[in-house]
Write a protein that binds this ligand. Sequence first.
Ligand SMILES: O=C(O)[C@H]1O[C@H](OP(=O)(O)OP(=O)(O)OC[C@H]2O[C@@H](n3ccc(=O)[nH]c3=O)[C@H](O)[C@@H]2O)[C@H](O)[C@@H](O)[C@@H]1O
Length: 442
Amino acid sequence: MASPPDTSKSIKLLRYQSYIRRVNSSKLLKASSKILFRSTLIAALILLIFFTLHNPPISSESPHFHSHTNFLSSALFGGGGAAWEKQVHRSATTRRPGGMTVLVTGAAGFIGAHCSLALKKRGDGVLGLDNFNDYYDPSLKRARQALLSKHEIFIVEGDLNDKPLLIKLFDVVPFTHVLHLAAQAGVRYAMQNPQSYVASNIAGFVNLLEVSKEVNPQPAIVWASSSSVYGLNTENPFSELHRTDQPASLYAATKKAGEEIAHTYNHIYGLSLTGLRFFTVYGPWGRPDMAYFFFTKDILQGKTIDVYQTQEDKEVARDFTYIDDVVKGCLGALDTAEKSTGSGGKKRGPAQLRVYNLGNTSPVPVGKLVAILEGLLNVKAKKHVIKMPRNGDVPFTHANVSLANQDFGYKPTTDLAAGLRKFVKWYVGYYGVQLGAKKGNN
Ligand SMILES: O=C(O)[C@H]1O[C@H](OP(=O)(O)OP(=O)(O)OC[C@H]2O[C@@H](n3ccc(=O)[nH]c3=O)[C@H](O)[C@@H]2O)[C@H](O)[C@@H](O)[C@@H]1O
């Protein structure tokens, strides 16, 4: 999650200042500007009193928190009032005995939205957090938000790096678990916007851990790592025991850094942490920046698609993993996550630290992916077969998932053809595409 939403105090201040300048530049309006200035001051004073009464500062004596914050900063995200807190509570309330209360970061994202729905469906309390950034079409994130809202899941609009906001959320709800899926995703985009990866995947993650270690009770955290941490590893299939010190992209390096940072917070503060290495997850409501998604769009529009080959002219392959399988893995990881052992920023004993592959165990060449799409869309793709650019990509991924299978029964059941069929069905419905019609109808 990179940029904060367009509701910041500074933007409002800029708008206000330019308004004031315009008023002052007009001599005719000089007299009225004085009145306006005075009434603005009075209005600001009234607002300040209102906020103080309805949204008192989070006290360091709060049962869940052992630090203090500035209530004006936490009011910036547009929430904090009684009605807002009611919404947060309603969404986070568990409806089954022994249910968990989960903060899902990146809830308007692909995996976040699916996991939120699955948790809610079985009776767990879910609160979402998302900054709705424009890395890809935000209207898709809004549509996912609308879907979640129908299932009474509320998404707080805010950024991971907003510490007062995170503190506020933990103060309102003593989350038992955090499913941390908010991140700057995408392997190749890291060359265009490297700082966004540092901001979300490192600074944002650290901010979340800083807040999580302080609260009481500390939550157990399950978070999204990536198959890309295997980088240039040549052993196959990838096992959690293999080396992960040769990342091929900055994206991979930030996810690997996340795994090391998780170790530190587990070691010092007793936070229970589980990293999930996702392998090219796809399906309905997916990410438009991923190949299967934009191939579908481009094939339907009659545009040429780049199909990568390795430098040795071999096929590039991925262990494409269907979303429903990944959701089961995420829930399994949450269900088997032990409690954190620390409280109030102090470790009280050793805590759980885990990393799991969540893949499909069956790599498929990109050429085969295209062939399946051609069949489902009933359109011949215009393929441009080229050598994989040196932009962070890796030639091959293949997961060994025996550890996840052993610890929480993870067993992928959807092959690429079946999963893409479901994706295409969703895609044509969502975008209103007529299959079999003339190309370019999308
Ligand atoms: O498994 C993961 O950890 C990662 O999976 C994906 O990354 P990637 O596997 O590179 O997925 P795509 O960008 O959808 O690429 C899929 C395959 O298509 C190939 N490709 C991509 C783009 C293109 O124009 N042509 C092409 O042949 C890639 O080389 C790759 O083999 C996600 O984008 C990452 O966020 C995620 O962390």
